[in-house]
Design a protein around this ligand. Structure first.
Ligand SMILES: *Cc1c(COP(=O)(O)O)cnc(C)c1O
Length: 455
């Protein structure tokens, strides 16, 4: 039996209709190097989505490999309650230096959803222990994504992941998110005054008294299709939270570690959240690790004699895993010794130019938007009305298949194609990726059968 056949016999892949695998079987990857993945047949793929947005500095990065290997010879794991180790301590010390001001207390877990769950419980308990037991609800933005466990789904608003499970979820207050491509106020994201913020103001007036926290993806609603909104929105939200005593949770799981051009997306707005979640890029995309970091003020609300029952009774077996910490430390050392962000800024400009040149005038390209190296191409049926394609056509999925054939791992979100490459991508690699993307698009969107709606 081939590896692929055995895979299909045993494995239930994430976020997949397994029946699709009848026509597009899983691709067996043998090795990776930099932005490239190589199949067992030797075929090359440019990993333009950083393997679900986590690979930060290239596959098999020699410095991260070395960091993990050294740690492996010393200690692979240790219980993290009442025990600790040097790697975790040094990591927190380094992260505290680059995080938005005031974030000083680190709670470890092992995936993004877990970090979000932790932030929700922390916010709830903080309010409870500081005289606000009535603040029990959460606010979130429409089109938001925070992971797929039940708490995270409750504050997520994408029906694709949450609809079926609604009866199992918390009742949250949803605020209509900015929609800069199809702005209902008729403004433009570079020059507007965030007129759409009135939705948040109205929600706070009505619900803030019963709300412990609001969670947002700062500046970039990733899973919704790389929707980008202005820093001013975040700044205003910080003000509103302060006014009403609502905690601000920044889910920087996708945006952290330079993805948006600054170390954290909150830095664009010059604000500090009360709680920040990080994962994905934290270990360079090597190992499952996440951190929920908060302020001294919140930490102090849990600090009391044991008998008062104020401790945060939240744990994950692999909290603070030393191998994860070693990978994360290696990432921090690379940021400190190499001009990663500066180089990525140059590549981001280059990618913007290249994508615009290749695709801007395409009749089905509605918008090309970007923040940092993250670029999104939103496909539309009609450029003037911005009307989208019928999701049933699965335009993105079809382009995905063509792109794979051409050696590009492009995983569209609905009708949005996006690039979110490792920060170390070169200009030549960008040229090649844009070329493969444009060709894959042409394979589908300019085909005659497509225009007539029959695929
Ligand atoms: C990926 C992601 C999560 C969930 O992280 P997992 O590790 O997949 O559980 C949460 N929030 C955001 C913004 C993400 O991009």
């Amino acid at each position: 039996m081939s590896l692929v056949q055995k895979d299909l016999q045993y494995i239930w892949h994430p976020c997949s209709q397994m029946k699709d695998y009848e026509t597009l079987p899983p691709i067996v990857i043998d090795r990776g190097e930099g932005v490239y993945l190589y199949g067992e047949d030797g075929k090359e793929y440019i990993d333009i989505v950083s393997s679900w947005w986590c690979n930060l500095l290239g596959h098999c990065n020699p410095r991260i490999n070395e960091g993990i290997k050294a740690q492996l010879g010393r200690l692979e794991h240790v219980i993290f309650a009442n025990f600790t180790h040097e790697g975790a301590i040094r990591l927190c010390e380094q992260l505290a230096e680059i995080l938005p001001a005031g974030l000083t207390k680190f709670n470890f877990s092992d995936n993004g959803s877990a970090a979000v769950e932790c932030s929700l419980k922390m916010a709830f308990q903080y309010q409870n222990q500081t005289g606000h037991p009535e603040k029990t609800r959460f606010m979130c933005l429409s089109e938001g994504y925070h992971g797929e466990t039940l708490g995270a789904l409750s504050v997520g608003t994408l029906d694709l992941y949450a609809r079926l499970y609604r009866p199992m979820l918390m009742d949250t207050v949803r605020i209509q998110a900015p929609d800069c491509f199809r702005c209902p106020c008729g403004k433009c994201r570079d020059t507007c005054a965030c007129e759409c913020f009135s939705h948040a103001e109205r929600a706070f007036e009505r619900y803030a008294a019963e709300t412990c926290a609001i969670i947002v993806e700062p500046l970039l609603q990733g899973s919704a299709g790389m929707r980008i909104y202005p820093p001013l929105y975040l700044k205003k939200l910080r003000g509103l939270c302060d006014r009403y005593g609502v905690l601000l949770i920044a889910d920087e799981i996708a945006t952290g570690f330079g993805r948006t051009g600054k170390m954290f997306a909150c830095d664009h707005a010059g604000i500090s959240p009360d709680i920040l979640c990080m994962s994905k890029g934290l270990t360079g995309g090597y190992l499952p690790m996440a951190i929920t970091v908060t302020t001294d003020e919140i930490y102090r609300a849990f600090y009391a004699d044991y008998s008062e029952g104020k401790a945060f009774m939240h744990s994950h077996t692999y909290s603070g895993n030393p191998l994860g910490c070693a990978a994360a430390l290696a990432v921090q050392e690379i940021f400190r010794s190499e001009p990663i962000l500066e180089n990525a800024a140059g590549r981001a400009e280059y990618l913007t130019r290249k994508l615009n040149k290749a695709l801007k005038d395409h009749p089905n390209v509605g918008e090309i938007r970007h923040i940092g190296l993250i670029h999104a191409v939103e496909l539309v049926r009609d450029k003037n009305t911005k009307a989208g394609f019928d999701p049933g056509l699965r335009v993105g999925y079809q382009i995905y298949q063509k792109a794979l054939k051409r050696g590009l791992l492009l995983r569209p979100l609905g009708n949005v194609l996006y690039f979110n490459p490792p920060l170390i991508i070169t200009e030549e690699q960008i040229d090649c990726a844009v070329e493969r993307c444009a060709a894959a698009m042409d394979d589908i969107v300019s085909s005659k059968s497509f225009r007539t709606g029959r695929i």
